[in-house]
Design a protein around this ligand. Structure first.
Ligand code: HEM
Length: 249
């Protein structure tokens, strides 16, 4: 039951995150030069305006559009960096799921080893390009820069630590650091879910699309994801999935 719940929640979040990333990649590859909004962002903006009941020509409508332009423009100004971020990011989410599968480790250890190395390269590329967005062209100001530096740095550290530990054959702690690394990747989807809850349930309105809210979402989404991962590690340490991991590895 516990494992079923784990795979449903983590699998859904990974797929949601990958879907957003592929969507952004496709738009960046196919869009002509963008001055205001890409076709995809124009559609998202129009849906938001309808949801918030904002009429064209009003100051709220223009303000929301300005915020969407400011938050998405960087992906088209730096298309290569965007692709270097979202494509390895997708790989991390999808391949990460396979890495955690006890069946894959038990039956295809060679695949686990090779894809682990590919994953490590993807983590470095996605992490560094994420740092570029958060530190060089942040939309969410200091809140975004600090969250990106902290959690991006943590993801890179966790992956490096996991790699060192597996080289020492410390499989149990390798598993724990990989869970921490993966929780930062999954955090991308957690933020999206929080934004959807803020819009649909809390009825937060256009306030959700502004620099401060973006920075705050990054902090809350990543913290929540990492906290749940830490709880999961503590609950399963020395038994359950850890035991499976040891047998598989
Ligand atoms: C590993 C899995 C990851 C995936 C799948 C992913 C995906 C994405 C996507 C799709 C976007 C564009 C958002 C949009 O379309 O509106 C984005 C933006 C961004 N990502 Fe990532 N990301 C990942 C990891 C990271 C990490 C580890 C960092 C920290 C270094 C990071 C930092 C950022 C930043 C700062 C932005 C720009 C946010 C903004 O200013 O609005 N990402 N990411």
């Amino acid at each position: 039951m516990r494992r079923w719940l784990y795979w449903t929640v983590v699998g859904s979040l990974a797929l949601i995150g990958a879907m957003f990333a592929v969507h952004r990649a496709a738009d960046v590859i196919t869009s002509p030069p963008v001055t205001g909004l890409s076709r995809q962002d124009q559609q998202s903006f129009e849906q938001l305006a309808i949801l918030f009941d904002l009429k064209p020509g009003t100051s709220e409508y223009t303000h929301l559009r300005d915020n969407v332009v400011a938050s998405t423009g960087k992906y088209y100004a730096y298309r290569a960096v965007t692709l270097l971020h979202v494509l390895p990011g997708t790989l991390i989410l999808l391949m990460g799921l396979a890495q955690f599968s006890p069946w894959v480790r038990a039956h295809h250890m060679a695949f686990h080893r090779i894809s682990g190395r590919v994953l490590l390269a993807a983590i470095i590329v996605a992490g560094l390009s994420g740092l570029f967005f958060g530190l060089v062209v942040p939309y969410g100001g200091m809140l975004e820069s600090t969250a990106t530096a902290f959690f991006g740095g943590f993801m890179l550290f966790a992956a490096a630590r996991a790699f060192v530990l597996v080289r020492r054959r410390d499989i149990a702690r390798h598993r724990e650091w990989m869970i921490r690394m993966f929780s930062v990747a999954i955090g991308i989807a957690v933020m999206r879910m929080l934004a959807i809850v803020a819009v649909l349930v809390v009825k937060a309105g256009p306030a959700v699309v502004n620099p401060r809210a973006t920075g705050l979402l990054l902090w809350v989404g990543w913290s929540l994801s990492l906290a749940v991962a830490e709880l999961w590690i503590r609950r399963t340490r020395g038994g359950g999935l850890a035991a499976i991991s040891l047998r598989g590895g």
